[in-house]
Design a protein around this ligand. Structure first.
Ligand code: 26W
Length: 828
């Protein structure tokens, strides 16, 4: 066992016995390298040292894991289970060292061994088990729950392959499979003994009981085994450690010996291959749910494994009393992806534990709560009844029963007319009978939450309005948050040091104290250091851009950044059209005193999302044209950084001056990149959408650039019908830009390439790019003017950082704990 460390001081404050600690770490590293990795220090590769370091750190985490687990068990504390099909974790080495408070000691210990900690950090593969915001939120919440000592477990899937690696070839996105497990994963513990059987298909048998009542027994045709892998999640200063349990699929009898003995090796291995398929790959499409059977199998596979595990743990701890489940267990459904857990719990309570239906239902509703992450109608999951009947026959029966009772209750209340019944039914009848997973999640939960104030209001007035009238207390808001440990302290140690120096180390422990940094918004000395820190991060990003793209960036220029999934509603197209307009203006008036500006883009498009990929191509084509134009004298640069992921975000965000949050109002549920960027001192240019609204309230109107239609105006303008030709006729600049794109100025080899894109805008412009274009350009001009006033800009940047305390995931988790889960958290 590794010696316990003194965990109280911050990373910045030297430990009392620094030297001793470094010696202990150095010895541990060499022992790990020798006995766990099996390498001689003389010949060890960087990767060997990475493994030895991660395993050394993991020991420290494990030393705190067991006391945490024991305490929860002994105190019989209520547990929170976070069910999510995605956990976008990124790298863990820097995060774990920071939370344990041993970053500097480890750096020194490695240095004594001739190894660079920074290089080891850079070779760790990202755990990219998620698509975007929803998956990253789950990772931030896991970290905050550990930091606040909430007794929590995450449940998800251990995908063999996470989100694809993006390549850019001649401007086009390509997708390459990602292989994060190729060189082993030092953070996880394989649990070969934790196996849960998951059934699919088969029949349901009704068995008449002595009292004349029927009970039901499901006889699946097929079973797959879920095997657990546990990753400890260490909180701030190692005070508490939780578990992320990810499931991997395998055949119950991997090698059917009878088939093997008969010489049919292929048949013997076939069932293993089929079962393993379930957890092979993350579905790479955000927003548009895949309608395939494999996706439903994934959803049921991990939801059932989680529930069986939860119930087993509950029964062991609470004297086999299933009836007390809701007192000791809270289950959060991260979007509808795990919604099948609701009928699964009903099946376990009614069929297996023999509870009466109504009692079981009360327990289920008291246990579950559901977070909605998007209102886009195409993103709400629906499953064909026929598929459900074939794959999960008992669950389909249960869903029918839930629906019958739900509709019965509504009818009795007299609050829903017969015509409205079809709308609130869990079964959609018009598009060939589908189960509405959003409705199922709503009725099966005691609380349903949106992820920003605006999004929650829109839930009440649009998608869930009928349900909101029936259950007016069920929808609550929980504005998203991000973990400052990763997104400020680790990503931006320079800014963190500066704030520790002027405000004190309390900012490390309590995000709300960031507010005190505002007192230095006009302090010349602080300005100087603040600017120097930013310059250093921008120079580092410039070096990366040179290395990856051979494009030179001037760290003095304004870095204008849009980093997020590529989606039409996020309007990267609006940004690149404005870039073209600026390019035209700069060429037309070369003698004006232009602000040097760099437009930075990064983000992946779903492989099948044609328009999103075409917009990536356009960005790259504009970049090629602009960057090669000698008349600009480098005043404008455009870069598309390939393969956006958590680690790249950590490098871009501290180097960003301007944060683009320009979605069509009403369409971005919250956004979390907006919070990370503002936290690091970027000013936002954005619409009144998602959490931008609350960011504006916190940072103040003078420190943010808002433009464009509001959500209400978007609704009204859509109802009215857009007059795109009129809009374009009224804006000569827009006209010119569209003509250039349409006529192939940026795609001389394929002059018609972007015609469909422009025609689409002229035809429907569903995302109101044309409508908001002039307002956006005007706001961009305001931004350029503000940039000239360095002092004013820095004041605003400092105020952005200072006023972001609210957007800490610690605050968000406290709210969930208090209002939804009813569990205690540690005080600040
Ligand atoms: C594969 C199907 C699918 C469908 C929807 C996968 C993932 C989704 C998510 C709902 C997409 C998502 O990540 N939504 C984002 O969630 C963030 C966290 O709440 C919000 O900040 C973003 O605004 C929202 O788009």
């Amino acid at each position: 066992m590794a010696a316990p460390t003194d965990i109280s001081p911050a990373a910045y404050i030297p430990l009392p016995q620094q030297d001793e600690e470094i010696t202990t770490l150095r010895r541990a590293l060499v022992a790990k390298l020798t006995y766990a990795v099996g390498k001689d220090p003389i010949t060890a590769s960087e990767h060997d040292w990475f493994m030895a370091t991660a395993l050394t750190v993991r020991d420290r985490i494990v030393d705190r894991w067991f006391p945490s687990t024991r305490a929860i068990y002994q105190e019989k504390r209520k547990r929170v289970y976070y069910l999510s099909l995605e956990f976008l974790i990124g790298r863990l080495l820097a995060d774990s060292l920071n939370n344990l408070g041993i970053t500097n000691q480890m750096r020194d210990a490695l240095r004594e061994l001739g190894v660079s900690l920074e290089r080891l950090e850079a070779i760790e593969p990202d755990a990219a088990l998620g698509n975007g915001g929803l998956g990253r939120l789950a990772a931030c919440y896991m970290e905050s729950m550990a930091s606040l000592a909430v007794a929590a477990h995450g449940y998800g899937i251990r995908y063999d392959h996470g989100l694809f690696r993006q390549t850019i070839n001649d401007g086009w996105q390509g997708e390459v499979p990602e292989n994060w497990l190729a060189s082993g994963n030092p953070w996880e513990f394989e649990r070969p003994e934790v196996l849960v059987s998951i059934g699919f298909g088969g029949t349901v048998e009704a068995v008449e009981q002595a009292d004349g009542q029927d009970t039901y027994a499901w006889h699946p045709a097929e079973t797959v085994e879920a095997q657990a892998y546990d990753t400890p999640v260490v909180g701030w200063r190692g005070r508490h450690v939780n578990t992320l349990r990810l499931w991997s699929a395998r055949a119950p009898d991997p090698l059917k010996l009878d088939a093997f003995n008969r010489g049919d090796h292929v048949a013997a291995l076939a069932s293993q291959a089929q079962a393993a398929m379930i957890t092979q790959v993350l579905y790479p499409s955000d927003e548009t749910p895949a309608g395939e059977e494999l996706r439903l199998r994934q959803e049921y596979f991990f939801s059932s494994a989680a529930l069986q595990d939860i119930i087993r743990r509950h029964m062991r701890q609470h004297d086999g009393e299933i009836r007390s489940l809701a007192e000791h267990v809270a289950i959060q459904l991260n979007d509808t992806h795990p919604a099948i857990a609701i009928p699964e719990l009903m099946r376990l309570l009614v069929d297996v534990h023999q509870l009466p239906w109504d009692e079981a239902w009360d327990i289920a509703v008291a246990t579950f709560s559901y977070t909605n992450h998007t209102l886009l109608p195409e993103a709400l999951e629906h499953w064909p009844v026929a598929l459900m009947e074939r794959l999960l026959p008992r669950h389909m029966q249960i869903i029918y029963l839930i629906n019958a009772k739900h509709l019965e209750r509504l009818k009795a209340s007299g609050r829903v007319s017969d015509e409205q019944m079809g709308e609130v039914s869990l079964i959609e009848e018009s598009h060939g009978r589908q189960v509405r997973m959003g409705w199922l999640s709503f009725v099966g939960s005691h609380k349903v939450n949106g992820v920003s104030a605006l999004h929650t209001d829109l839930m009440k007035t649009t998608v869930f309005s009928a349900f909101h009238k029936i259950y007016p207390d069920r929808i609550v808001n929980k504005t998203n948050g991000v973990t400052f440990r990763r997104w400020l302290m680790e990503a931006n140690p320079g800014l963190t040091d500066l704030m520790v120096d002027v405000v004190g180390p309390k900012i490390l422990h309590d995000a709300e104290t960031l507010g005190e940094f505002a007192a230095f918004a006009d302090d010349a000395g602080v300005h100087e250091r603040f600017w120097a820190v930013r310059k250093e991060r921008k120079a580092a990003l410039a070096a990366l851009t040179w290395e990856k793209l051979h494009i030179r960036l001037d760290p003095e220029a304004m870095f204008d950044v849009q980093i997020k999934r590529q989606h039409e509603y996020k309007r990267q197209l609006l940004n690149i059209l404005q870039t073209i307009a600026l390019y035209d203006q700069m060429r037309a008036q070369p003698h004006r005193n232009w602000t040097p500006q760099v437009k930075i883009f990064a983000g992946k498009a779903a492989a099948s999302y044609h328009n999103a990929k075409l917009i990536i191509k356009l960005i790259n084509d504009v970049a090629r044209t602009v960057n090669a134009d000698p008349t600009l004298h480098g005043l404008l640069k455009v870069v598309f950084l390939p393969n956006y992921n958590v680690s790249l975000a950590e490098q871009i965000i501290p180097a960003s001056d301007l944060s683009e949050q320009i979605s069509t109002a009403g369409m971005e549920a919250s956004g979390t990149g907006n919070m990370k960027l503002a936290l690091n001192g970027a000013l936002t240019i954005g619409t009144l959408d998602g959490a931008n609204v609350e960011i504006k309230e916190h940072v103040g109107d003078d420190n943010i650039f808002i433009f464009g239609l509001t959500a209400a105006e978007v609704q009204a303008s859509r109802a009215e019908g857009l007059k795109t030709a009129e809009i374009v006729a009224g804006s000569p600049m827009l006209q010119q830009v569209l003509d250039q794109v349409r006529s192939g100025v940026f795609s001389p080899d394929q002059p018609d390439l972007y015609k469909p894109l422009v025609d689409g805008l002229m035809d429907h412009d569903h995302f109101l790019v044309l409508t908001d274009f002039d307002a956006y350009c005007a706001r961009q001009a305001d931004v350029r003017d503000r940039w000239r006033d360095k002092t004013g800009w820095m004041r605003s940047a400092i105020l952005n950082t200072s006023h972001m305390g609210f957007f800490s995931s610690d605050r968000a988790i406290r709210e969930y704990a208090e209002d939804i889960w009813n569990v205690p958290v540690t005080k600040r």
